[in-house]
Design a protein around this ligand. Structure first.
Ligand SMILES: *Cc1c(COP(=O)(O)O)cnc(C)c1O
Length: 233
């Protein structure tokens, strides 16, 4: 079943790339495996997927320990400062940096681990009360401050768009995130890269690809519905 779902998602990404005149290679599919057992990750891995997304530190760490070492683990969920130390050298990319305090903590733990940690800044473009992330008007100041941290490297921006019936409703938010990244890139700030845009989930990843996503995060569309009452590893 995972193999068939992956085929559908792959076809959809290709269709969206074609429509937007983009090269398929510009887009990385992250299979969001949160709440799903390691056996399902292995199934997707066997189909060639190497990028997986988790939103809980404990789950990322447990899966990282037992699954193949060439997997890139993406921390996509809100990250508490006291948990940074557990994933700083295990996550290929932290998508969800939503405060300067969190960036400072990553700096501290990355320095200790003697690595440079790649991050994305999460932007709440739709200004939803329930969501984490910088507001648009806060991002530039945050980028400037975080750019001075030697063990942290900003690679781009991430957003979680609203849950909508019609994905077209989110196009405006994807466009906004793209524009914001162009504006930041235009400032040519040292130690700041704007090559990555993490946007689009099961309901709206095709629209996100059309608007410039370089990472799409697809869970349900690959692994099926999640059951939050239990976590299998
Ligand atoms: C769970 C999650 C996803 C995947 O959501 P689906 O709708 O199942 O594709 C993507 N991004 C983040 C940040 C998530 O927490």
């Amino acid at each position: 079943m995972i193999e068939e779902q992956l085929k559908i998602v792959e076809e959809n990404i290709q269709t969206a790339c074609k429509k937007a005149g983009r090269d398929r290679k510009e887009v990385t599919l992250i299979a969001v495996s949160k709440t799903k057992p390691a056996s399902m990750v292995e199934e997707a891995y066997a189909c060639g997927i190497r990028d997986f997304g988790e939103n809980k530190v404990q789950e990322l760490v447990s899966k990282e320990e037992i699954l193949p070492k060439d997997i890139k683990w993406h921390q996509i969920g809100h990250l508490q400062r006291n948990k940074v130390k557990y994933i700083v050298d295990k996550a290929a990319l932290i998508h969800s940096v939503d405060s300067i305090r969190l960036a400072n903590q990553i700096e501290q733990d990355a320095a200790k681990a003697d690595i440079i940690c790649p991050i994305l800044l999460e932007v709440n473009v739709a200004r939803e009360e329930s969501k984490f992330g910088f507001l648009e008007e806060e991002v530039m100041e945050a980028v400037e401050q975080i750019s001075h941290l030697p063990h942290v490297q900003i690679k781009g921006l991430m957003t979680i768009a609203p849950f909508v019936e019609n994905p077209e409703e989110n196009r405006i938010f994807f466009k906004k995130l793209k524009q914001l990244s162009v504006d930041i890139a235009g400032k040519n700030i040292d130690n700041v890269y704007m090559n990555e845009l993490s946007m689009g989930m099961t309901g709206d990843y095709m629209v996100a690809v059309e608007e410039g996503a370089t990472f799409v995060r697809v869970g349900t569309g690959i692994f099926g519905e999640r059951n939050y009452t239990k976590t299998n590893i």
